[in-house]
Design a protein around this ligand. Structure first.
Ligand SMILES: [Cu+2]
Length: 123
């Protein structure tokens, strides 16, 4: 009984360690404002994306696609708490938007991803 439990514990521990190492290998999206799939009533003043590691400034870039193509946004800068920020200088109209991010963490490997949000039409 005890020996079987010990083996199960060891097997579980091994799986947890493998998962931890896999997660630690690359940086990943953690959260954002606007949030993934958020439906906003107003145009956001900025885009901010948090990652699982400190973003490498030289390799970090946000861009924004809207209903009419790419939207000009401010320079992407690394901010506190493992995040990057870019100002949104224009007022975004209603529609669907995609934030595309590119960044790298501890190992310098560039990661890319995207997420969408929508701006609701005024009532
Ligand atoms: Cu990597």
């Amino acid at each position: 009984m005890t020996r079987i439990r010990l083996r199960m514990f060891a097997a579980t521990l091994a799986l947890v360690l493998i998962a931890a190492v896999t997660v630690a290998a690359h940086m990943a999206y953690s959260k954002s404002v606007p949030g993934k799939d958020a439906a906003l009533a107003e145009s956001p003043a900025q885009l901010r994306v948090w990652f699982t590691q400190d973003p490498e400034p030289a390799l970090s870039q946000l861009s924004l696609d809207g209903p009419n193509g790419e939207v000009a946004i401010g320079k992407t800068t690394v901010s506190e708490e493992r995040s990057v920020v870019a100002e949104v200088p224009s007022t975004l109209g209603p529609g669907s938007y995609t934030v595309k991010w590119r960044s790298a963490g501890d190992d310098g490997h560039v990661q890319r991803g995207d997420f969408a949000f929508t701006i609701r039409a005024a009532d």
